[in-house]
Design a protein around this ligand. Structure first.
Ligand code: NAD
Length: 508
């Protein structure tokens, strides 16, 4: 390991061996795993998972911390989140570089991810003074009817590898101002960025004199630690980000105990490129959406549905862009595409390409493994396919892009919607009739529907999530905070007597 990396890890509190649990103290005596960088196969650190008994200790402390945290006034909780945002500002470059080293996205995207964490902290600080309830006119004389929002409890945050820190921040910043405590189980593929974030949160909570177990951590196998979170009634809300099969399992277990869940699952983003849109805008939007994060975003563009009159022109220009894609070390500012997360992801991509061919798809270019030693680098793939090809209905978490022609806008929308997932979609068109149709009830069935910009790169201000197999959850901005709180409706009687609703009388 070179000196620069060693200093980076030290600055963020990462040692050669790290305990994977935190509840105010660090603990972890379960199985040990090495964290290997997809950039070059270098071992970055080792992490010791928490075992079942340690999980119980962490959850007990995190649950215990809720009792006092929920009583702290929300604007005071906001001050803690403000400081967390400032800590992230101070450590933005370092944390971004760690994200790059651990999961392989380009440094510019790593910086964007940390910026997203800062943005959601800012949003949550404002929110801490705006957790508004409503008052309604009561049908009874001298009565008031009101709704208010109360803290909920422990939020179990289970995160995917591809946004190893932002998804924690999306949930944590909102949960904290809502008065909840957080138990984080990160992806086993990205544990050290989770350690770094937890250390930042620990510092902030200690500075204010609050119990650091408010931001707890349990690193361990999903099938073991994840299931303990899914099944424990002390975890009031499980916010799960991951694959569709994983979400199906989590949803079932949490529902069985009538817990709440937010499911943020797989996507299958499509862009409709109309002949009435700007070609350059379409090319840029599709290109970044498809190769950004090496096709490993839930909002990645996986399908392009192109008007038949411009199909050949668009595809030729996209091929030219693809051929020039700078692939390599994602810390290098000139690089646009880094490695896939691990060797397994490369194998999955190569297998998918064989299946596409077997199903009648035509590979136009790319889809090869590059020979960099230790790294997981591939070339991005373009495939021309007919509408309805079975593989286009699946999310291959890699840079594979399907190109399909269409004749009418109605046909394009039907192709776009004809997949099990419903996360992100876009249309490139300057024709108001087309774009309004796309945004209407007859249009896109996704949680995100963009016009003249691509499928990926959501802002924190809006509620984020998708429909169908994407799970239906919403997190981040807008009024997504309401899932993190308990709604309480109260009738307050100041009449001096008792009057029943609906005109029911009480003869005593
Ligand atoms: P994954 O499903 O392999 O893992 C996600 C998380 O689930 C990990 O922390 C894992 O340890 C945990 N897990 C595994 N078994 C579990 C169990 N029994 N109970 C609870 N948790 C368990 O996903 P991944 O490969 O890390 O991420 C890629 C997937 O995530 C893609 O499908 C992508 O679309 C999706 N994703 C969705 C969003 C969104 O907001 N919709 C965002 C990012 C990623």
């Amino acid at each position: 390991m070179n000196d620069h990396t060693a200093h980076l890890l030290e600055r963020l509190g990462i040692s050669q061996r790290n305990p994977g649990g935190f509840h105010g103290e660090w603990l972890g005596s379960g199985s040990r795993q090495q964290v290997i960088s997809p950039l070059d196969g270098e071992v970055l650190a080792a992490v010791t998972n928490v075992d079942r008994a340690e999980f119980e200790q962490v959850l007990a402390r995190c649950h215990g911390a809720f009792a006092s945290w929920k009583l702290v006034p929300a604007p005071k909780r906001g001050e803690v989140v403000k400081e967390l945002g400032d800590e992230l500002r101070r450590n933005k470059e370092a944390l971004a570089e760690l994200v790059t080293l651990e999961m392989g996205k380009t440094l510019r995207e790593g910086l964007g991810e940390v910026q997203e964490m800062i943005d959601i902290c800012d949003f949550a600080v404002g929110l801490s003074r705006q957790l508004y309830g409503r008052t309604m006119p009561s049908e009874r004389r001298m009565h008031r009817l009101q709704e208010q929002w109360q803290p909920l409890g422990v939020v179990g945050v289970i995160t995917a590898f591809n946004f190893p820190v932002a998804v924690w921040a999306w949930n944590t910043a909102i949960a904290l101002v809502c008065g909840d405590t957080v138990l984080w189980k990160p992806s086993s593929r990205t544990p050290i960025t989770a350690l770094a974030c937890t250390r930042l949160a620990e510092r902030v909570l200690r500075k204010f004199g609050y119990d650091p177990a408010i931001c707890s951590l349990t690193i361990g196998k999903g099938s073991e630690i994840g299931d303990l979170i899914n099944t424990d009634p002390r975890v009031a809300l499980v916010s799960y980000t991951g694959s569709v099969p994983g979400g199906r399992h989590v949803g079932r277990l949490v529902q069985e105990r009538f817990g709440r869940h937010i499911l943020e699952l797989g996507g299958n983003g499509a862009v409709i490129v109309s002949q009435k849109g700007d070609l350059k805008t379409a090319l840029d939007a599709v290109y970044f959406g498809a190769i950004g994060t090496s096709g490993q975003r839930c909002t990645s563009t996986r399908r392009v549905i192109i008007h038949e009159s411009i199909f050949d022109t668009f595809v030729a220009q996209l091929q030219a862009l693809y051929a020039r894609t700078p692939i390599g070390d994602p810390r290098d500012a000139a690089i646009l595409m880094g490695p896939l997360v691990d060797a397994g992801a490369v194998a999955t991509m190569l297998e998918a390409i064989e299946t596409i061919k077997a199903q009648g798809g035509r590979i136009l270019m790319g889809g090869e493994r590059l020979p960099n030693p230790g790294g997981c680098y591939v070339t991005p793939c373009l495939a021309e396919v007919a509408a309805g090809l079975p593989m286009t209905r699946e999310e291959t978490f890699a840079p594979v892009l399907y190109l399909t022609p269409y004749r009418t806008i109605e046909e394009a929308i039907a192709i776009q919607n004809d997949v099990p997932q419903g996360l992100s979609s876009a249309i490139i068109s300057d024709d108001l009739l087309e774009t309004e149709l796309f945004l209407s009830a007859a249009g896109s069935d996704c949680g995100i529907a963009n016009v003249n910009t691509g499928t990926s790169g959501a802002e924190i201000g809006g509620a984020f999530g998708g429909e169908k197999e994407t799970g239906g959850g919403r997190e981040s901005g807008s009024d997504a905070w309401k899932v993190y709180m308990r709604r309480q409706t109260s009738a307050i009687n100041f009449s001096g007597g008792v009057e029943l609703a609906q005109g029911i009388t009480l003869e005593l």
